[in-house]
Write a protein that binds this ligand. Structure first.
Ligand code: AMP
Length: 396
């Protein structure tokens, strides 16, 4: 394999924090990034060659992206699979993962059906096109249950728990209003309902499909509050047999997906150690940020290698590693000033990732802290230490 300088340009739909961390990983490989993002000066701006300021579904911008890049990929599910497929066909620039994969994943109901058909264990679920259908499904599934927007949900937006029959109507209205395209007058296609999983813990596997090879990073524990990821612990504090089962399921999931790249596979571990699939992200994911310092190869480098069809890197973990997200802790949107940063910088073995978003909003993901322990570090102690460091940070 020969690489001409400057190395290949990877065209990325989306220039948020994932684009920023992809850009950080691209430079040592000799690759360059070109992004499409509607926001001027997005988080990825300092580490990309150029930005096309345009909507994710702007045909001219996507066409230019494909013309100027050797490979296309995306860091958000809002990328338009039809458009990506069409500009790829016009220009000959390949898209990874394949647009069909994005079509399957972007709609949570289609995704769950596809996985269930492939024999991957999933919680019980139903598509619900009206309040009457929701009530019927709740009669079957029981309470509590989780109502989900089929498309466009992220970071806790798009999921509403239903505890009692009285919650159904307002939950349905919320989802129908939040989901793209749907209105309370015509809610068809907007929502799905899922049985509530009484999980022991949540797990994630970052799996990668390369050119004729596949691999997975060690199983990670993910800790959510109010449906937002707060911390990750690697290795997951689960029995070895449970971790092995999670890995097996991750490889089963890869078999269902077309195209190269890194996939974030989110799982529930039930009280008896059984594994159910929650959802897939067709891209690097928050649950894999620990690999930047904690892995021999980061998920971002791995994604770029996979997209370009280059040999994959080793997925081993260096040491136990914990990450803690820095979320907006303000009531109202305001210019972002992160305070007490020196405390993270002074802590040994601890790294700060500040995404450079100019404005902070309540619960917006603004950055994360990673702590890499020694080979014999106890994960719970490392988690507590990392949380304490993160909790000192504030935008107040
Ligand atoms: P999602 O955006 O669908 O991945 O959901 C975000 C978080 O909501 C998950 O990580 C869980 O903490 C919670 N969640 C989602 N679906 C369910 C479910 N069926 N049962 C229990 N908790 C859920």
């Amino acid at each position: 394999m020969n690489v001409t300088a400057p190395g290949p340009t990877v065209g990325v739909v989306g220039g948020g924090q994932l684009g920023r961390m992809l850009g950080e990983a691209a430079a040592p490989l000799g690759m360059e990034l070109l992004v499409v993002d509607p926001t001027p000066d997005p988080p990825a701006a300092p580490v990309t060659r150029d930005q096309l300021v345009a909507d994710f579904d702007d045909r001219d911008a996507l066409r230019e992206l494909a013309e100027r890049a050797a490979y296309l990929t995306y860091e958000i599910e809002l990328a338009d699979p039809d458009l990506l497929e069409s500009v790829s066909e016009q220009t000959g620039t390949p898209v990874h993962p394949h647009p069909d994969t994005l079509r399957t994943i972007e709609d949570k109901l289609v995704q769950k059906r596809r996985l269930e058909d492939a024999g991957v264990p999933v919680p019980p679920f139903r598509g619900v096109d009206s309040l009457a259908e929701l009530r019927e499904a709740l009669d079957e599934l029981g309470y509590p249950a989780m109502l989900k927007a089929r498309k466009g949900g992220y970071d806790g937006r798009g999921n509403v728990p239903i505890e009692t029959p009285e919650d159904a109507e307002s939950a349905f209205e919320t989802i129908v209003r939040a989901g793209p395209g749907a209105t309370p007058e015509d809610p068809a296609g907007a929502a799905m309902i899922e049985g509530f999983v009484d999980f022991e813990r949540e797990l994630a596997v970052m799996a990668v499909q390369g050119d004729g090879e596949e691999d997975a990073f060690p199983v990670t524990e993910t800790i959510h509050r109010a449906e937002i990821l707060r911390e990750t612990v690697s290795p997951a504090r689960a029995e070895p047999a449970v971790r092995e089962r999670a890995r097996e399921i991750a490889f089963d999931v890869l078999d269902v997906l077309d195209g190269r790249g890194v996939f974030g596979i989110e799982l529930f571990e039930g009280s008896d150690g059984d594994i159910l699939l929650n959802e897939i992200a067709p891209r690097p994911h928050n649950s894999g940020h620990w690999t930047i310092e904690g892995g021999l190869t980061s998920q971002f480098e791995q994604h770029l290698r996979a997209v370009a069809g280059w040999p994959l890197g080793a997925t081993d973990r260096r040491s136990p590693t914990v990450t803690a997200n820095i979320l907006g802790d303000v009531e109202n949107q305001q210019p972002a000033t992160l305070r007490n940063v020196d405390r993270v910088l002074e802590a040994s073995g601890t790294a700060l990732h500040y995404y450079g978003k100019n404005e902070v909003r309540q619960r917006r993901k603004m950055g994360h802290v990673t702590a890499v322990g020694d080979s014999d570090s106890e994960p719970t102690a490392l988690l507590e230490r990392t949380r304490a460091i993160r909790d000192d940070l504030t935008f107040e």
